[in-house]
Design a protein around this ligand. Structure first.
Ligand code: HEM
Length: 468
């Protein structure tokens, strides 16, 4: 009786049908959650999806409390999470407790040593950007934007993990990218239908997404193991500087510490690609889409870039302090198109009181950052794409506390500095050198995101015309 309000439960299905009805009506799960919360006049929505208790939370104050509270720090331990993590809750994204804190500590330290937010990282980003600029110079007509950024982003992540860039024509990588894109559309943060009814894997392995998940695991493991073996063979105890090398050093130091094992290493590598690839490349994809749909904003960005950068020296992430409008545009893309509209999932390990409700032990908690970024009371006109909301009267950048695309608290995004560096450097340099328009033979894109675990723009083609 103290469970948060929500649609009525039925045997076996729980409240699945009510949720599905709204998803069909609204097109996306995150909007369906928001509509249901409105219908039940609540900021804490109680659902039962199959056997699982799932609570969705809305509004900044509740979300801030949850993201900062230890009670909500764990990840669910359900069929989907185990399947996603190659059978066990290893890696970083889905790990809990001591395993999670040991791995998070290792990664934060390693990323810092590698130059996260510093020159070394900028070099990695600029190398990939040079290839993109060359591609656009050779042929800027009919560019499939969705295919332009994802190989570059994944190559940066790969460089960070394995110490080398990846060739554009590496078919295994393209295959992993395609599989991840499909995964994001079939599953949601609560694990989708397969998590509710794991037995579906026996009767419809393909349709339920089970076959796809097994394929992703197989491909990733084979891909990473090849590089890990190579690193083992070349390991000599001297710092080489990539994540796999440093992890092997930890493994050799900590022979009794079960958190530094080969399986764990494979899963950490996979987590970095899963968490970083689509989120970053889809945000870039959305940013150029917005420039096509809002030509006046594109002109203002170019005016600022022309004014600030008069020489041919490549734009660096540190230059962002001089380009508040361009920064504001990127923030508005993150707010307005919220590539991760529902964050988490989290799990409570004991019964927890939240406002006047009790969240029972093991409940999955989903966090609607979409609701924070679309809150009418705070943003006034959230449904309008208006970068000026991030600027004050002196045209200085203002970042409200309620802008949380990378989350908050101890589980906040580990790759934020890298993601922001990619977004700014790619966007500013391309906008300075090219104007972007819709391909003349294509229908104008709508700008409405396609739902899924990570939102993505519709496939669109663009023309990049050299400016100077
Ligand atoms: C625009 C791009 C990105 C966005 C919007 C984004 C967003 C987020 C958010 C909101 C979380 C928090 C989830 C939670 O609170 O439960 C998160 C976690 C995480 N992100 Fe990102 N991310 C981005 C890019 C990246 C990149 C490039 C990397 C890799 C270098 C990365 C690695 C991670 C990892 C490993 C976690 C899990 C942290 C943990 O559980 O302790 N992300 N991300």
């Amino acid at each position: 009786k103290d469970y948060p309000p929500g649609p009525k439960w039925y045997p076996i299905k729980g409240s699945v049908d009510a949720l599905r009805k709204y998803i069909v009506k609204c097109g996306s799960q995150h909007i369906a959650f928001a509509k249901l919360a409105q219908e039940y006049n609540t900021n804490i929505l109680g659902l039962k999806l199959g056997e699982d208790f799932v609570v969705v939370v809305f509004t900044y104050d509740i979300i801030k409390h949850i993201l900062r509270s230890e009670d909500f720090e764990s990840r669910p331990d359900n069929f989907f999470i185990r399947l996603r993590s190659m059978g066990e809750k290893k890696g970083i994204t889905c790990a809990d407790g001591e395993r999670w804190s040991s791995q998070r500590g290792f990664l934060v330290k390693h990323f810092r040593n590698l130059g996260f937010g510093k020159e070394e990282m900028q070099k990695m980003v600029q190398e990939e950007l040079s290839d993109i600029l060359l591609t656009l110079e050779c042929n800027g007509l009919n560019v499939e934007v969705g295919k332009l950024f994802s190989p570059a982003v994944i190559s940066i992540l790969w460089n960070l993990t394995a110490g080398s860039r990846i060739k554009r024509n590496d078919r295994r990588l393209q295959n992993i990218l395609d599989l991840l894109a499909r995964r994001s559309k079939i599953f949601d943060m609560a694990g989708g239908r397969l998590n509710m009814y794991p037995w579906l894997r026996f009767i419809m392995p393909k349709k339920s997404g089970y076959k796809l998940m097994m394929e992703i695991n197989r491909e990733m493991k084979a891909f990473f193991m090849e590089v890990i073996k190579e690193h083992y063979a070349n390991w000599n105890g001297k710092t080489r500087g990539d994540l796999i090398y440093e992890f092997i050093t930890e493994m050799k130091k900590n022979t009794f510490n079960s958190y530094f094992t080969e399986d764990q290493l494979v899963m950490v590598c996979a987590d970095i690609l899963i968490a970083g690839a689509q989120t970053t490349s889809n945000t870039l994809d959305f940013a150029f889409l917005m420039m096509i749909l809002h030509e006046n904003i594109q002109c203002k960005v170019q005016e600022e870039l022309d004014r600030v950068f008069q020489s041919d020296v490549p734009i660096a992430y540190s230059d962002r302090i001089n380009t508040p409008y361009t920064e504001a545009v990127l923030m508005e893309v993150e707010r307005f198109l919220h590539v991760v509209p529902i964050i988490g999932p989290r799990r409570v390990l004991t019964d927890v009181k939240l406002e006047q409700y009790i969240i029972p032990k093991n409940t999955t908690v989903l966090i609607s950052t979409y609701s924070v970024h679309m809150d009418k009371e705070f943003w006034i006109d959230p449904e309008v794409f208006r970068p000026e909301r991030f600027l004050n009267e002196l045209n200085e950048l203002v970042v409200p506390e309620r802008f949380i695309p990378f989350g908050l608290g101890k589980r906040r995004c580990l790759g934020e500095a890298l993601a922001k560096s990619c977004l700014f450097t790619f966007f500013a340099e391309i906008m300075r050198k090219f104007s972007v328009t819709c391909s003349p033979n294509e229908t104008k894109p709508t700008g409405i995101p396609i739902g899924g675990m990570t939102l993505s723009p519709e496939n669109y083609k663009a023309v990049f015309t050299k400016r100077h």
